[in-house]
Design a binder for this molecule. Structure first.
Ligand SMILES: CC(=O)SCCNC(=O)CCNC(=O)[C@H](O)C(C)(C)COP(=O)(O)OP(=O)(O)OC[C@H]1O[C@@H](n2cnc3c(N)ncnc32)[C@H](O)[C@@H]1OP(=O)(O)O
Ligand SMILES: O=C([O-])CC(=O)C(=O)O
Length: 377
């Protein structure tokens, strides 16, 4: 080691910059977007209004919201080249790979890719917000052997996604639970994927490159991939009566329990009570023994992890099961997270550019000391 500098592995506890977009308030275990508590936003506002808030700093008035909605709805269809390209990707690849490829391709197709002005950024961000659900829905249908369903400009963001996935819109309670999840997933300060987007942006690279990299960062099971991993874990456990025994075995094998723990929250994720409440409503309305079994297992594991390790669930824990009950295929859960988080990522990309400093930390060298190269080879 060539330096005695303090090492912060994983940048834990390191404050690298300021942000005006969101903050976790540890004292009250709360999260605000541009100053508004996320609980209140989830209860009273649509996802489109929250996207506007994150990008422009204020909730839209009625006229501005109508314009914003009209612009988003007009941008939803994919052009033929994109649709054909995505349909050619192997079905063995993960839907997050499809999404990552789609974002990269949107950049390659955009002649204004390098324009980093705030106006150009907002246009690109809106384009991604509008098109990503079309990509995710078409991909889920393709894997089910079905043709894509065209977006419906008469439907809101959340409703239209159900329409494109399933060819119909479920009852408003289900749509509302989905919309709540989108609001909760939209933004979370300097999480790993957002920080990735900021690192890429700090080199003055373009927005599509930053979002492509962020999709890659979100895919991992320690971050967004956990909502999908939660479902696999519940399937592996199977029987609610096995939750405690399974947990002991998993901990003995040094496995991480998916959907539990958090780098920032030490006393529980502020978003969980709202999402758990939405999940409970989905379970109650299903009135189905299989759904009850899953919900019982979900609750049993939550209690067991709390009792055994003192660890709380994070947002991915209730969101994973909620997406399953809404009918989405498990590999689509993290892409749905992307559809929402693209708002936070792009808000941060714009903020990073406005006060840019190249992000380039130092490392404490721990390799061999300087030595002569061998003379004979
Ligand atoms: C939307 C999101 O991205 S939320 C996060 C989603 N990710 C997950 O749900 C994956 C499971 N969780 C985890 O792996 C971790 O809790 C993380 C990655 C989220 C946070 O990790 P860190 O802040 O680095 O905490 P760290 O891993 O050091 O955990 C501290 C202690 O709690 C334990 N711990 C934390 N989370 C878990 C978990 N899910 N399962 C088992 N043990 C855990 C660790 O083993 C460690 O114990 P130790 O001190 O005895 O070694
Ligand atoms: O903040 C984090 O580290 C992870 C998280 O909860 C999120 O990105 O929503």
């Amino acid at each position: 080691m060539t330096t005695s500098a303090e090492i912060h592995r994983g940048l834990a506890g390191v404050v690298v910059d300021t942000t005006e977009i969101s903050t976790v308030i540890q004292e009250t275990n709360s999260l605000t977007y541009r100053g508004y508590p996320v609980q209140d936003l989830a209860a009273r506002y649509s996802f489109e209004e929250v996207a506007h808030l994150l990008w422009y700093g204020e909730l839209p008035d009625a006229r501005r919201l109508a314009e914003f909605r009209a612009a988003e709805r007009a941008l939803r269809p994919l052009d033929r080249t994109t649709a054909e390209l995505l349909a050619r990707l192997p079905e063995t690849c993960h839907p997050m790979d499809v999404l990552r490829t789609a974002v990269s391709f949107f950049g390659a197709e955009d002649p204004t890719e390098g324009d980093g002005s705030p106006a150009a950024h907002h246009a690109k961000a809106l384009n991604l917000l509008a098109k990503l659900p079309t990509v995710v829905a078409a991909d889920q249908r393709r894997r089910r052997g079905l043709d894509p369903v065209a977006p419906d400009p008469g439907l809101g963001y959340a409703e239209n996604f159900f329409h494109m996935c399933f060819g119909g819109v479920p009852d408003p309670d289900v749509v509302r639970c989905f919309e709540i999840s989108l609001v909760l997933y939209a933004e979370h300060s300097f999480n790993a994927s957002t920080f990735t987007a900021r690192v890429v942006t700090s080199t003055l690279s373009d927005l599509y490159s930053a979002v492509t990299a962020a999709v890659g960062a979100l895919k991992g099971p320690l971050h967004g991939g956990a909502n999908e991993a939660v479902m696999h874990m519940l399937e592996e456990i199977g029987d609610p009566a096995r939750a405690e025994e399974w947990l002991e075995e998993a901990l003995a094998a040094k496995r991480k329990i998916m959907g539990f723990g958090h780098r920032v929250y030490r006393h529980g994720d502020s978003r969980v009570p709202i999402m758990q409440d939405a999940l409970d409503r989905l379970v109650a309305r299903a009135a189905d023994p299989e759904v009850t079994r899953l919900a019982t297992l979900h609750a049993a594991l939550r209690r067991a992890v709390r009792a055994r390790k003192g660890i709380h669930p994070n947002l991915d824990y209730p969101a994973g099961l909620a997406y399953h009950l809404m009918g989405f295929d498990t590999p689509v859960f993290t892409p749905v997270f992307v559809m929402s988080r693209v708002t936070g990522w792009t808000a941060h990309i714009t903020e990073q550019l406005a006060h840019n400093a190249l992000i380039r930390p130092l490392a404490a060298y721990a390799g061999p000391g300087q030595r002569p190269v061998p003379i004979a080879r």
